[in-house]
Structures are given as C-alpha cells and as structure tokens.
Design a binder for this molecule. Structure first.
Ligand code: HAM
Length: 463
C-alpha cells in the first residue's frame, strides 16, 4: 500500500470543516484590519531563503527541501525510479531517511551543470518580501498582506510538527514614510492577533514579547555572548559549539536540556538595546497596555530566523504540549535590503494552522453543519423528482443529502441517521401526485405531510 509520506497527512472530513471555519473567520478579521491576500509560489530560489532567513538557522541549514532543476522532470524521474533506496534518495534531495540527511542547501542558485537550486518554501516572509521588491509594491505605500498556505520543513515529525504544515500569516511592509516603522504597527498586529484568537474562541494563550534590537545592538550582544561562551562552550552540544563561532545568538535556539543551565547564565539582548530600540519597545508595550492586550516579557526569546529586528513575539498555548508555539513573528526592518531591495521596514507573523486547529478541537462540535434534510426517493422513477426537490431546498441554503431510488426505506433511514440529518423527506409516487411530502423529524420521530411550497420554511424553522 502506498501511504502518505512521513510528516505529511491527509486532512479529512469532518476536520476539514474546522479548517474552513478557521480560514473564513481569519479572512473576516483580516478584512476589518484592511489586510489583503497575497499568493506567492510554493517554491523559490534557494538563495532567497539562504539570504533572507539566514544560513546558520536550523531551518536553512538542516530542514529545507532543495533540489537542482536543470533537467526535464521526466528524465529525472525515469532515472530515479529503478534506484529506489539510498542512491535515489540522495539524487532527489530531501527525500532520504533520517540518517541520510540532505546536504546543507548552498546559497549559490546555480552550480556548474546542475541548474537552478530551488527550495520548497519553509516559510513565507522571504517570498512576500521578494514579491514586494519584484513588483515595486512601495508605490502603494504601506502594504498589509496576508497569506494562507502550505510550508515545508524537514523536521522530525511529532504531535503538532509536520513536514508539510500550513501557515496563516500576515506582513505589514512599506517605506518608513508610510509609517511602516512605527510602534503603532507592531501593537496593531499584536492586538489583531489577540482579537483573532478570541474570535475563534481560543482561550488560555500567552503572548511572549521581546525586542531583539537592531544590527548594531546585536553585534555588541554577539561579542558579549562569544566572551561568555568561551569558558563553557566545551560542555555544550555540538550545534552550540558551532553556533558559538558562527552566530552566538542562535545558542538561544538550543533545546538540549543539559545546555539550559548554561544558557540561563548568558547575557541577554535586553542589556544591549540602544536608545531608539528601547524607546520603540516601550512604545509598543505602552499601546498594548492601553488596549488591554496582556503580555509577558521574555528576554530569552530570539526566534529561530535571522531577519528579526526589534519586536519579536510568540503566542503559546498550554494545551499543545511540547510544540506549544501557536504562532510567531516580529519585525524585520533590514530584510528587503538584504534581498537587494530598498529600505522597507516590516512586521508580521505566521500562525501554525495545524496547531490552531488542534487547540480548537474541543469546541469543534458547533462548527460542523450536519444535513438539514435527507431526501429519500422511494421506488423506480423517483430519482428525478427527488433531485428537483433537493435543488429547490438547496436554493434556500439548506444542507441537503440525496439518496437513491434503489434504496429500500430502511436503508434510507440508516443513511440519513448516519449522516446526522435532522429530517428525512420521503419522495414516493403518492407524495408526488399529492404534491405534499412526508417529513419525519429523526430526533423526535414525529412525521407530518407538508405541501411542497411550505417545505423549506418548515425545515428552516427547525433551525
Ligand atoms: P516560525 O516561528 O518559524 O515563523 O513559524 C510560525 C509558526 O508556524 C510556528 O509558531 C508554528 O505554529 C508553525 N510551525 C512551524 N514549523 C512547523 C511544523 N514543522 N509543523 C507545524 N507547525 C509549524 C515563521 O515562519 C515566520 N515567517 C513568521 C513571520 C512572519 N515573521 C514575520 N513575519
């Protein structure tokens, strides 16, 4: 049997109804904050992520699905097919087993004879900023964009962590003259998130907030970290030993329990913020307090991607277990320039939709709309009559399930009950002649004969 690839999954009904509920609720909230949708490709040049997200991050150095795209896909497929196993896994990068980790994606977008290096997007901020630059979106002033779609990371799968997962994200980006740098934008985005979670009925979330400063603060911070790490780094994991040399700030991404007491003793970015960054952070917090959005300062929070400046945040939720970050985001004032664009301060976030749906599950019942009525044709020739009736009822926005004339009455009742329908409507020869139909309430067992013209109103009235 061919199964879904490890770390990917099928989303099936009734869960898909929850996903749709979430997506339409967030679209509604985005609309009231004047955000508009952007759709970017799900694969991009590898270089975009290497330059945008940062080569030292776990995402870029370990987790990207990257391949070279020089030959026709058919030829590559034909060659790979007979060699299923390690050799083929190595050819098609990223499809190997856990021991057979793919090579680190290199920033060079083209290697001699191997064509373009492409990558399935592991996140969407870099793609949105690329589109901002490519389409000169600064002409529109402040851009408030949102997206909903799949992302791909080759992480070890576990509850709440997948290799294909879905993000609902938003980015506010534009020239500083359009107000993109203002702390008012940070606070507005955070307040929108609080509204969004409340609207979905998610309670018990915590907003963790920090400022990671600007590049000059970080240079000083990295230097201080390097010094502080020197005497202790030998006792830390190999990843931290590498980070201590290349990008010490990334030591805060470490999840190894034995390293945590050492990390606790390290300097914090909050000690290195310059005056403008400090003032910006105070202003964000001030607005949040005045609009009543609660937060907790966490000066260990540095986020796993290199582009962040100033405000950085995560919303966590207790019910999620180890993977408790329901969403994360922050400011990225230098990203556009790092990608060759003009100065364009920005701030955004991405919600892990898989995790959001997980935290909603308990309250899910009300979201699922069961059929209002099951239309049961009874006897030969009744399919067309039943189809006509179903069409009329659906025009009244009723949810209608339709049976088949070959079903005996008992089977129709079973199907209607299984679908969770409120009513069953019998369409037999006598009913058609009388133009009045037997409507039975499946819960109370009460059955009445209702003229065709009154059917929709009667079913709607049951609410
Ligand atoms: P991120 O923190 O890497 O940020 O991801 C955002 C959220 O995506 C996480 O909080 C989590 O809920 C979800 N997520 C990440 N990886 C997985 C996974 N393997 N399985 C399930 N869910 C996952 C970003 O991606 C930034 N682009 C956010 C941003 C937008 N910053 C500024 N603008």
């Amino acid at each position: 049997m061919i199964k879904a690839v490890r770390g990917t999954r099928d989303l099936l009904p009734p869960d898909t109804a929850l996903w749709n509920f979430v997506e339409s609720a967030v679209r509604g909230v985005f609309r009231t904050y004047n955000f508009q949708e952007i759709r970017t490709p799900i694969f991009e040049s590898t270089e975009l992520f290497a330059r945008g997200v940062g080569e030292e991050t776990d995402v870029v150095s370990k987790e990207m699905y990257t391949w070279f795209d020089n030959r026709g896909p058919r030829q590559e497929f034909d060659e790979a097919l007979p060699k299923v196993g390690r050799a083929a896994a190595r050819m098609i990068k990223g499809s190997g087993t856990d021991e057979d980790r793919p090579e680190v994606a290199r920033p060079a977008s083209t290697m001699e004879g191997r064509g373009d290096s492409l990558t399935l997007r592991p996140e969407n901020t870099a793609g949105v900023v690329r589109a901002y630059i490519e389409h000169k979106l600064w002409d529109r002033g402040l851009n408030k964009l949102y997206y909903i779609g799949p992302q791909f990371r080759r992480e070890r799968p576990q509850k709440g962590r997948y290799r294909q997962f879905y993000q609902i994200g938003a980015e506010v980006i534009g020239p500083a003259s359009a107000g993109s740098e203002s702390p008012a934008r940070d606070a507005e985005v955070l307040e929108m998130l609080a509204t969004l979670l409340d609207r979905l009925g998610i309670t018990g979330w915590n907003l963790e907030l920090n400022s990671v400063g600007c590049p000059s603060d970080r240079a000083k911070f990295n230097e201080a970290l390097r010094l502080a790490l020197q005497p202790v780094v030998g006792k830390m994991c190999t990843d931290c030993q590498r980070r201590a040399v290349t990008n010490p700030l990334r030591v805060f991404d470490c999840k190894v329990p034995e390293d945590q007491p050492i990390i606790e003793t390290l300097p914090r970015i909050s000690q290195f913020l310059d005056e403008p960054c400090r003032t910006h952070f105070e202003a964000v917090k001030g607005i949040l307090k005045s609009v009543g959005v609660e937060f907790r300062e966490n000066d260990r929070l540095v986020r796993g991607l290199d582009y962040y400046t100033r405000t950085a945040f995560e919303f966590t939720h207790g019910a999620l277990g180890a993977q408790n970050a329901i969403l994360g985001g922050g400011r990225y004032d230098g990203l556009s320039e790092a990608l060759g664009g003009p100065a364009a301060p920005g701030i955004g976030f991405a919600i892990g939709e898989d995790r959001l749906v997980m935290s909603l599950k308990e309250t899910a019942e009300g979201v699922l709309r069961k059929p209002d009525v099951y239309v049961a044709p009874l006897g030969a020739g009744m399919n067309s009559e039943a189809a006509r009736l179903a069409r009329e009822l659906r025009r009244h926005d009723l949810v209608v399930d339709l049976g088949d004339e070959t079903f005996r009455l008992k089977k129709s009742f079973e199907a209607a009950t299984k679908a969770g329908a409120k009513y069953i409507l019998i369409v037999g020869e006598n009913e058609v002649k009388a133009d009045a139909f037997a409507l039975k309430n499946l819960e109370s067992g009460q059955q009445v004969s209702i003229p065709r013209a009154e059917l929709a109103r009667k079913i709607q009235a049951a609410g």
